[in-house]
Ligand binder design. Structure first.
Ligand code: NAP
Length: 681
């Protein structure tokens, strides 16, 4: 095959403690997927894994836990920016793994984007603190002197990340970002066949000097005795094949110490053409394009790629023809050339395993696209890893296990007809647990039916049609905001999903005690804790000067019938409960005409606001509003305003959450809410 690539001769080192350790005589040779030539070697059987663990536990972990979530998030952003300056170099290197520039964009830019999302979420959704709460305070006693709250704290162990070959950069970064944000150091073990790309990115991370020493280390090649040395505060997250996952998760030491083991493994993902979609429609074309992309991007080496295509019986021929026409346009070849639309599999070994899987599939399905000769013209068949896409059709998908369980990890997919939606859902679920299933439909009742029948079998359900297509992110794209993982065959694990992933690396503990003690632990006001009153109005105090629990008690204000009528006509809210005595009294909730809830909120603000310009910059909203007791003409209200929680946003201002209670003249609570303001530091 003609190619345009320079041949690196890379010694892929491991990073142990703060030293680079070169490969030894046990190293594995790595060949270019394109040329078949040797490009790198990786592995060293002499790596001192115990020293790595000690370094992470004694240096990296404590240094990370000194930082708050916001400090760590800021470092993640710096890291993403730094790696982002070197994407061209990484892309060039990745050509040898068979990846085109477009493929690498998913891996490299996708990895960087994931770090950015965690940097941003860490700042917005986590406190500027080293622990965070989970859920609300639970009232555990009749009079409120004993309460409970769940909190998350960082685990003082090490996260071991074992990654698959197909995403050498994203695979590392998507696990690392939430781990570091959680305050846990990591040991990264990339798949050997693409470890030269991971190592290059890892070197950038070390060179950047952004994270404290010991925050991350790297093992290229065998993990040696590492898993046998892990302890109960450590965690293993694995991505790869089901076979390897099964071997590793049954490690006696991991079981003995209950070391959490998260597995993301292979999956027979499916796509479903809704029964409402007809041939020739734009939605049908969308369906075809999505399958084409899933089969050919990264030469089909995506854990989320579409392996099974379910279409109504009547459309099986149309779908076959449309996919054949698309696949015939593929340009397979040197991934560094711009005209190439599909590169190679990662290695000759990988090609052999795809060939073997195809042989199994062909026992129960007919090849409808792709030559049975898997080599393409002119290639060096001994080492390089090019392959033509292969589309199969299985006409009797009920009576075969093969097409639902054999994963050909390449550009290979199997069409199968379904009789009705019920049958389609049964087939979707025959994958025994998958990462993602997609459905092209315009019909909300189909989306609901598929969700009810099939969601439990899939980590993600992706509905698409013309309305969402322009902005939809694609069947195969795991997003940092949404969970990635799936039940059963897919490993039963979960990654990403926003801040959920950070919590995988922390321990959730139920804290019980008095409101005062809980308030000291969490740094947030707990109802029932001592309130302090100050002479200075809280609106005159800067963000930093405000104390949690500091409370302003206002004078009372009477609500008159004139107030209610004025408010009704002024706003246009002349709802009968405020204007019609008989109708209001007939309502089960009211004794007669009552004040508007919005009037109470407005009067409350009038009672607690201190009007002059000062540190309060803006009212950004209110949450958890509830009206608990009607307020009748002649009643009066007063307000207590308590500093509940503070979250610094930047060097200029921070958000203050206030607990606001409205009480009537009998000290009965009539309404409560949380007020959010931005206050200057
Ligand atoms: P693999 O052969 O199972 O290897 C996965 C990782 O495990 C590699 O880093 C491998 O290292 C390591 N490993 C193997 N044996 C080990 C042992 N005894 N101790 C410690 N580590 C060990 O999978 P792969 O071929 O790299 O990846 C392809 C598979 O991954 C496909 O089946 C695909 O579906 C799946 N995948 C799943 C996801 C997901 O998110 N669910 C994502 C990507 C890929 P070496 O390379 O050094 O052997």
């Amino acid at each position: 095959m003609q190619h345009n690539l320079s041949i690196p001769d890379q010694i892929v080192s491991s990073y142990v403690g703060n030293q680079w350790i070169k490969p030894d005589s046990s190293a594995r040779l790595i060949h270019s997927a394109v040329t078949g030539e040797q490009i790198a070697c990786a592995g060293n059987n002499g790596i001192d894994t115990q020293a790595m663990l000690s370094y992470a536990r004694q240096q990296g972990g404590p240094a990370l836990r000194e930082l708050t979530f916001h400090d760590r998030a800021k470092k993640l952003k710096q890291l993403a920016l730094y790696i982002g300056e070197h994407t061209e170099y990484l892309t060039q290197l990745a050509f040898h793994s068979g990846a085109t520039a477009a493929d690498s964009k998913i891996d490299i830019d996708g990895g960087i984007a994931t770090v950015f999302v965690y940097a941003s979420k860490g700042r917005r959704e986590l406190p500027d603190d080293t622990l965070c709460t989970d859920g609300e305070v639970e009232q555990l006693s009749r009079h409120g002197s004993f309460v409970g709250q769940h909190v998350y704290t960082s685990k003082p162990g090490v996260a071991v990340h074992i990654n698959a070959f197909n995403f050498p950069v994203w695979g590392m970064l998507e696990k690392l970002a939430p781990t570091l944000l959680a305050g846990m150091p990591a040991i990264i073990k990339p798949a050997t066949s693409t470890s030269y790309i991971t190592e290059a990115c890892f070197k950038l991370m070390i060179d950047s000097g952004i994270f404290p020493p010991g925050s991350f280390q790297l093992i290229c090649g065998s993990t040696g005795n590492l898993l046998n040395e892990l302890e109960s505060q450590d965690i293993v997250t694995f991505t790869g094949s089901a076979n390897t996952a099964n071997t590793l998760r049954s490690n006696a030491n991991l079981l003995q110490n209950a070391v959490p083991f998260n597995a993301e493994q292979d999956s027979l993902n499916a796509t479903l053409l809704g029964p409402d979609i007809s041939h020739g429609s734009q939605d049908f074309d969308l369906f075809i394009n999505e399958i084409f992309s899933e089969m050919t991007v990264k030469a089909g080496q995506k854990c989320t790629a579409i392996r099974r295509i379910l279409v109504p019986q009547s459309l099986i021929d149309n779908t076959t023809q449309a996919l054949n026409a698309k696949l015939a346009q593929l340009v397979i070849g040197d991934p560094s050339l711009s005209q190439t639309t599909m590169g190679a599999l990662v290695s000759a070994d990988q090609k052999q395993s795809v060939v073997a899987a195809c042989e199994q599939i062909s026992a129960d399905a007919t090849l409808v696209f792709g030559s049975t000769d898997l080599n393409i013209e002119g290639e060096n068949i001994n080492h390089s890893a090019f392959i033509t896409p292969k589309l199969y059709c299985c006409n009797d998908p009920d009576n075969t296990a093969t097409v639902h369980c054999v994963e050909a990890f390449g550009p290979v997919s199997t069409l199968m007809p379904y009789k009705n939606l019920n049958h389609a859902c049964e087939l979707l679920n025959r994958g025994q647990g998958s990462l993602v299933a997609s459905v092209v439909t315009q019909d909300g009742s189909i989306a609901r039916e598929v969700t009810s029948r099939s969601a439990a079998w899939h980590g993600r359900l992706y509905f698409n049609n013309l309305h969402s297509a322009k902005e939809a992110t694609g069947h195969g794209a795991p997003l940092p905001h949404m969970v990635h993982g799936g039940p059963g065959r897919a490993g039963g694990g979960e990654e990403l999903g926003g801040i959920r992933a950070v919590k995988h690396y922390m321990q959730r503990t139920a804290i019980q005690g008095s409101p005062d003690l809980l308030q000291s632990v969490t740094g947030s006001y707990v109802v029932g804790a001592k309130e302090t009153t100050k002479t200075e109005h809280p609106f005159r105090k800067s963000f930093n000067a405000l104390e949690i629990g500091e409370t302003l008690h206002t004078d009372g204000r009477e609500i008159t019938l004139e107030n209610i009528e004025h408010f009704a006509h002024f706003t246009g809210d002349t709802f009968y409960a405020h204007m019609d005595e008989d109708a209001a009294a007939a309502n089960p909730f009211f004794p007669g005409r009552v004040a508007h809830g919005y009037l109470l909120l407005s009067f409350a603000a009038g009672l607690f606001v201190d009007p002059a310009p000062g540190p309060v910059l803006a009212n950004t909203g209110l949450t958890d509003l509830s009206f608990q007791k009607p307020v009748s003409p002649g009643d009066s209200i007063k307000v207590s305003l308590t500093v509940q929680h503070k979250k610094k946003r930047n060097d200029d201002y921070g958000e203050v959450r206030w607990h606001v209670k409205l009480l009537n003249q009998h000290d009965e609570q009539v309404a409560s809410y949380q007020l959010h303001t931005m206050n200057a530091l």
